[in-house]
Design a protein around this ligand. Structure first.
Ligand SMILES: Cc1cc2nc3c(=O)[nH]c(=O)nc-3n(C[C@H](O)[C@H](O)[C@H](O)COP(=O)(O)OP(=O)(O)OC[C@H]3O[C@@H](n4cnc5c(N)ncnc54)[C@H](O)[C@@H]3O)c2cc1C
Length: 337
C-alpha cells in the first residue's frame, strides 16, 4: 500500500545514527520517517558499552538505543518496523519501497524530499565448520567474545586473549596491538578459510610481530560458560584454550540500496560523503557505520546529527544551501572521513 504523504526526510536504519538524525529533524519540525528492520548490534550484542559519554559509566546497548529512539519519537519522528528493498527517484522526490521480512510486516511505498542512509554494516565472523553464525550466540554475552578494539580492549585487562581472525593480517595485528596495554597474553589464530586470502608476504609481518600466532581451520568452539576458560578446536585436533576470544571480523557496509540511486561507494562498499555526510547525489546523506568511519556509537550519533543539521538547512533555505556546500572545507570533496 502506498502512502500519499511526502516526508521531508526518510531515514533508512534506526540504529544510533538514524535515531540521532531523526531527533534533530523532528526537533526542528521536519516530518521524518525512520524505516528500520531492527538488526542493529545495539539490540543483540552490545551489552556492555562503557565508552559513550553522557549516559552513565555502563550502558546496555539495547536500553541505550531504546532511549535514543524514544527521545526522537517524543520530538515527533515516526518509526516504522520495515525492511526497505528498493529506493528510486531523485531530489526532490524519492520513493522508498518496503517488503515483508521475518522481522517486519510492512509492505508499502513511501515518498520523501530527502534521504539519509543509516543502514550500518554487516559483520562476517570467522567460519566454524563452514558457518559464521556460530559466534552470534556468544558475541559479547558475559563478555566472553569481543569485537571492537576501540570499544572493548580495556575490558581484556589481565586476560589471556585469542585473537581469531576472519579478515586480513592487518586487521588481526591492529586488534592485537590495541590489546597490548591490557591483556596478559595475546595469541593470534589466522583462520585458513578467512574471507580475505592470506598472502605469504603478509605472514612474514606476523613473524616479525611480537605475537605468538598459528593458523588453522576451526572445527568447533567450546563456550561452556561466559568468562570461563573456553577453547577453539581446529580440524587438525589442536585445542586452543583462552579466557577471551577477540574476533577480528570483516565488515560489509550495507550500501546496496544507496547504490540503486547512484550513490558513490569506495571499493569496500562504504558510502562516500563529504565531511558533513552529504553524498554525491543531491538530497541524499549518509551517517554511521555505513560510512568509512570508526564504528562507535558516539561516531554514529555524531554523524547522524551532522547529516540532519545539514538537511534541515538544505530544506529550509535555498540561498543558504549554496553557501553551505560552497564551504572551502568540503567543496566538491568526496573523501573517507
Ligand atoms: C559486538 C559489538 C560490540 C560493540 N560494542 C560497542 C561499544 O562498546 N561501544 C561503542 O561505541 N560501539 C560498540 N559497537 C559498535 C556500535 O554498535 C555501532 O558502531 C553502532 O551501532 C552503529 O550505529 P549505526 O546506526 O550506524 O548502525 P546500526 O546500529 O547497525 O543500525 C543500522 C540499522 O539499519 C537497519 N537497516 C539496514 N538495512 C536496512 C533495510 N534495508 N531496511 C530497513 N532497515 C535496515 C538495521 O536493521 C539496523 O537497525 C559494537 C558493535 C558490536 C557488533
Amino acid at each position: 500500500m502506498a502512502s500519499s504523504k511526502i516526508y521531508d526526510t526518510i531515514i533508512i536504519g534506526g540504529g544510533p545514527a538514524g535515531a540521532s538524525a531523526a531527533l534533530h529533524l523532528a526537533y526542528h519540525k521536519r516530518s521524518v520517517l525512520v524505516l528500520d528492520r531492527g538488526t542493529s548490534p545495539m539490540h543483540f550484542h552490545t551489552n556492555s558499552i562503557y565508552n559513550f559519554a553522557g549516559a552513565g559509566t555502563y550502558n546496555e546497548g539495547r536500553s541505550l538505543l531504546r532511549q535514543m529512539q524514544g527521545v526522537a519519537q517524543s520530538a515527533g519522528a515516526k518509526f516504522k518496523a520495515a525492511n526497505v528493498v528498493e529506493v528510486s527517484g531523485r531530489y526532490p522526490k524519492f520513493k522508498v519501497t518496503t517488503d515483508w521480512s521475518p522481522r517486519t510486516r510492512d509492505k508499502s511505498e513511501y515518498t520523501a524530499r530527502t534521504l539519509i542512509f543509516a543502514t550500518g554494516t554487516a559483520r562476517k565472523h570467522p567460519l566454524v565448520d563452514g558457518e559464521w553464525k556460530n559466534w552470534l550466540p556468544v558475541a559479547n554475552v558475559g563478555n566472553g567474545a569481543y569485537y571492537c578494539p576501540d570499544c572493548e580492549a580495556p575490558l581484556c585487562k589481565g586476560k589471556d586473549v585469542l585473537v581469531v581472525n576472519a579478515g586480513t593480517v592487518g586487521s588481526a595485528l591492529h586488534v592485537a596491538n590495541t590489546l597490548t596495554r591490557f591483556a596478559k597474553k595475546i595469541r593470534i589464530l589466522m583462520t585458513e578459510d578467512a574471507y580475505a586470502p592470506i598472502e605469504d608476504q603478509d605472514l612474514t609481518k606476523l613473524d616479525k610481530s611480537p605475537f605468538e600466532w598459528t593458523k588453522g581451520t576451526i572445527k568447533s568452539i567450546s563456550f561452556p560458560r561466559p568468562s570461563r576458560v573456553q577453547s577453539v578446536i581446529l580440524t587438525n585436533g589442536d585445542e586452543l584454550r583462552t579466557n577471551v576470544f577477540f574476533v577480528a571480523f570483516v565488515a560489509f557496509p550495507r550500501s546496496e540500496l544507496a547504490q540503486q540511486i547512484g550513490v558513490e561507494v569506495d571499493p569496500r562498499g562504504n558510502i562516500l560523503t563529504d565531511k558533513r555526510g552529504k553524498t554525491n547525489k543531491e538530497g541524499v546523506w549518509a551517517a554511521g557505520d555505513c560510512r568509512p568511519i570508526t564504528q562507535q556509537v558516539a561516531m554514529a550519533t555524531g554523524t547522524g546529527n551532522y547529516a540532519a543539521l545539514m538537511i534541515n538547512q538544505f530544506l529550509g533555505n535555498e540561498y543558504e544551501k549554496d553557501q553551505l556546500f560552497d564551504h572551502p572545507d568540503c567543496r566538491g570533496l568526496i573523501h573517507p572521513d
